[in-house]
Design a protein around this ligand. Structure first.
Ligand code: ATP
Length: 250
């Protein structure tokens, strides 16, 4: 039997003037699933992520998360109930070490002030969970490196560790492989493969090799609408998807 739905999106709408960026969109994400959203440029993938985090308001429809309606909840309230987005690189502190960045994220989640940490030193209660997150991300050897000295790929990995510090029930990843070398993205695929047994993940990604090797299910978005949801094999074999998006080579 399949797992229960963690996230249900029902007839969701986002309008920009005359344009329907999200057009009556419906699909669900199961607990423990890595669900990928693919679609051509402008299909509405980033808009959807912003509607899920609460960064932009939806015009109609419903979002249910963990059994409750959340469409009208604020961004902080959604973060509090367990929705985390991997943040932009600019949210990292470049002059702090990798470990310190994750410790600050753990501390923010635990609700203590920055000053408190500075006054009391690097405590076990922050170091232990921060080191565990770095292990999860395969970054334990970089713990003492300054963020400013990391490669682009390592900074993107660190963003994910920072997002996981909030202990989310759902992790939203918006093009985590963008701008990475093929070696770095291969490495990240392996890390996500390990993480996916423990987290529910919504992945938006243009790297089709990564998507088809990682996803349990894939939803194909075209002009803000879901034209198909299915396993990688089902999506590969779907005629409408091939016509609309993947092309003959898929
Ligand atoms: P990409 O793969 O290129 O990142 P995407 O699938 O993430 O694209 P979105 O960025 O969500 O697509 O954009 C969906 C549509 O909404 C596009 O036509 C885009 O031009 C439009 N759009 C996005 N943001 C705005 C905005 N703030 N104002 C007006 N139109 C917008």
């Amino acid at each position: 039997m399949s797992s229960p739905d963690l996230l249900i999106i029902d007839k969701l709408v986002k309008r920009y003037d005359g344009l329907l960026a999200t057009d009556d969109l419906s699909f669900s994400l199961r607990e423990g699933e890595l669900h990928a959203i693919i679609g051509p440029n402008g299909a509405g993938k980033t808009t959807l992520i912003k509607q899920l985090t609460g960064e932009i308001a939806s015009d109609a429809g419903a979002i249910h998360f963990d059994g409750r309606p959340i469409r009208r909840l604020s961004e902080p309230a959604r973060s509090h109930i367990g929705i985390a987005r991997s943040f932009q690189i600019t949210s990292l502190f470049p002059d702090f070490t990798v470990l310190e960045n994750v410790m600050l994220a753990v501390q923010a989640h635990q609700g203590h002030s920055f000053r408190f940490w500075r006054a009391t030193g690097k405590e076990e209660r922050l170091i232990e969970p921060a080191r565990a997150l770095l292990d999860d991300m395969g970054m334990e050897d970089s713990a003492d490196h300054l963020v400013a000295a990391l490669s682009h790929g390592e900074q993107r990995q660190l963003e994910i560790a920072v997002a996981l510090a909030t202990k989310p029930k759902l992790l939203l990843l918006d093009e985590p492989m963008a701008g990475m070398s093929s070696e770095d993205s291969g490495h990240l695929v392996e890390i996500l493969r390990r993480l996916k047994s423990r987290y529910s993940i919504l992945l938006i990604e243009h790297d089709m090799d990564a998507v088809f090797s990682l996803a349990d299910r894939i939803t194909v978005l075209v002009y803000g609408r879901a034209i198909a949801t299915g396993t990688p094999d089902e999506i590969r074999d779907n005629e409408e998807v091939r016509r609309a998006y993947l092309g003959e080579e898929a």
